[in-house]
Write a protein that binds this ligand. Structure first.
Ligand code: PLP
Length: 409
C-alpha cells in the first residue's frame, strides 16, 4: 500500500480538524483535495504568466498560451490520447458529455435511432442523451444491471441488436464502485457500428487510463476529481470525429473568419473552446497529472482497492449494514445503508467525528430505484486515505448504530 500519511502531508487542507477531530475526508468521488504542487502551480501562473491566451502578440501572452497548450499535451499523455489536438478543455465531465450530445449527437442522431446508456450512469451521462433523444424523436435504451451491480451483458447484447448510433457508459460507477469492462463494451458496440462515449469521471483519477487501448471514441473527465482545480476537465476524442463535428458553442476563438451572416471555424481543438478558457484550471490540472504520475496510477488503484476491501470487510461485520456493488472489479467507492437509518443521518452523525462521507442518490436516481433505496451513504477513498481512516469510519458507524438501537455483531 501507499504511505498515505506521507502523501497526506502534501495536502494542506487535510491538516485541518473538524469538530475537534482529525479530518477524515472520504468524499473523494465528489471532489478531491488539492496538493501543494497544484496550489503553487495556480498561484505561480497568476504571479508570473497570466494574460489572455491565443490572441496576444506580446511575450507574456505567448507564455500564457504556451502554459495552456503544455497543459493540454500533459493531459493527452496521461490518458494516451489519440492526438494532443483531440483534447478539448471543458468545465468537466458534464460539459464534455453535453458537447458530444450537442454537437456529434445533434448532427448524427435522427428520428427512430437509438442511443444506449446504462442504469448505473450518472445523470451527466444520461440527461444530455434524454434531451437529445427527445429533440430528435430517437429512443433512449437503458441497459439493466445485474444483482451485484455490474452491467448486465445479456441486456447489453439485446440493446445492441437495435444497432444504436451512440453507446454511452461509465468506466467506473460513482455510486457502486463497479469497474466496467470498458474495452469489451466498446468492442461490442463498435461491432454494430455505434460510436462509444465513456464517462471517465471516476476512472481517470483512480486507474491507469489508456483511451487508445480502450478504443472508445469520446472520453470525458473531470479535473477536480483528480487533484486538479474546480471547473477543469476535458473531452478526449478521436481527432477525425472532432474535425467532422459542427461546433458546440459559438463565440471568440472558435472561428476562422466571420462575415455578417456566417462564419468558418478554427481547427480543433479550438473549434470547441469558444471564449476565454480556464487557463488556471488547465495549468492546475497539469500539475495534478504530474503529481499522479509521480505516485503512479497502478499503485493508486491497488491502494484504493485495498482500502475498499478493508472497508467492505469491516462494514459487513456490522449487523444491519448492506454494502452495494460487486466484491471484485471495483474501485475505492463503498456505498452502503445501515438498517432503516437515513443515510443523511449517518453522514451528519459521522461529521461529528470529523468524517466526511456523502449521502444521497449520487446523481444516479435510476440506479437507486433499481437498488430499491432512496439514497445510500458513500465512503470514497483516494491516495491520501489510510487504513486508520477505515477504522475511524467503522468505529463511528458502530456508534451511530448504537444511537438508533442497532447492536454491533
Ligand atoms: N460522471 C460520474 C460517474 C461522476 O461521478 C460525476 C461526478 O460526480 C460526473 C459524471 C459529473 O462530473 P462533473 O460534475 O465534474 O462534471
Amino acid at each position: 500500500m501507499l504511505d498515505a500519511a506521507r502523501l497526506r502531508a502534501d495536502f494542506p487542507l487535510l491538516r485541518q480538524r473538524e469538530h475537534g477531530h482529525p479530518l477524515v475526508y472520504l468524499d473523494n468521488a465528489a471532489t478531491t483535495q488539492k496538493p501543494e504542487a497544484v496550489l503553487t502551480a495556480i498561484a505561480d501562473y497568476y504571479r508570473t504568466t497570466n494574460a489572455n491566451v491565443h490572441r496576444g502578440a506580446y511575450g507574456l501572452a505567448i507564455r500564457a498560451t504556451e502554459a495552456y497548450e503544455a497543459a493540454r499535451a500533459k493531459l493527452a499523455g496521461f490518458v494516451n490520447a489519440w492526438a494532443t489536438e483531440g483534447v478539448v478543455f471543458t468545465r468537466g465531465t458534464t460539459e464534455a458529455i453535453n458537447l458530444v450530445a450537442g454537437a456529434y449527437g445533434r448532427a448524427h442522431v435522427r428520428a427512430g435511432d437509438t442511443v444506449v446508456v446504462t442504469a448505473m450512469d450518472h445523470h451527466s451521462n444520461l440527461v444530455p442523451w434524454q434531451i437529445l433523444c427527445q429533440e430528435k424523436g430517437a429512443t433512449l435504451r437503458m441497459v439493466e444491471i445485474s444483482e451485484d451491480g455490474r452491467v448486465d451483458l445479456s441486456d447489453y447484447g439485446r440493446a445492441l441488436e437495435r444497432r444504436p448510433k451512440i453507446v454511452a457508459f461509465p468506466y467506473v460507477s460513482n455510486a457502486l464502485g463497479t469497474v466496467n469492462p470498458a474495452a469489451q463494451l466498446a468492442r461490442l458496440a463498435h461491432a454494430v457500428g455505434a460510436v462509444v462515449v465513456v464517462d471517465g469521471a471516476q476512472s481517470t483519477p483512480h486507474l491507469r487510463v489508456d483511451v487508445q487501448a480502450l478504443d472508445c471514441d469520446f472520453y470525458a473527465l473531470s479535473g477536480h476529481k483528480m487533484l486538479g482545480p474546480m471547473g477543469s476537465g476535458a473531452l478526449v476524442a478521436k481527432p477525425e470525429l472532432l474535425d467532422a463535428m459542427p461546433p458546440y458553442h459559438g463565440g471568440g476563438e472558435m472561428i476562422s473568419r466571420v462575415w455578417d451572416d456566417h462564419s468558418t471555424y478554427n481547427k480543433i481543438p479550438h473549434k470547441f473552446e469558444a471564449g476565454t478558457p480556464n487557463v488556471e484550471g488547465a495549468v492546475g490540472l497539469a500539475a495534478a497529472v504530474a503529481y499522479l504520475e509521480g505516485v503512479g496510477p497502478e499503485r493508486i488503484a491497488e491502494h484504493e482497492q485495498a482500502l475498499a476491501a478493508a472497508a467492505i470487510d469491516r462494514l459487513t461485520q456490522i449487523e444491519g449494514v448492506t454494502v452495494y456493488g460487486p466484491r471484485d472489479h471495483r474501485a475505492g467507492v463503498v456505498s452502503f445503508t445501515y438498517g432503516d437509518i437515513h443515510p443523511h443521518d449517518i453522514a451528519t452523525i459521522l461529521d461529528q467525528d470529523g468524517i466526511c462521507i456523502r449521502a444521497g442518490h449520487h446523481c444516479a436516481q435510476p440506479l437507486m430505484r433499481r437498488l430499491n433505496v432512496p439514497a445510500t451513504a458513500r465512503a470514497s477513498f483516494y491516495l491520501y486515505n489510510g487504513l486508520d481512516e477505515v477504522d475511524a469510519l467503522a468505529g463511528a458507524l458502530v456508534k451511530a448504530g448504537a444511537l438508533f438501537g442497532y447492536v454491533p455483531a
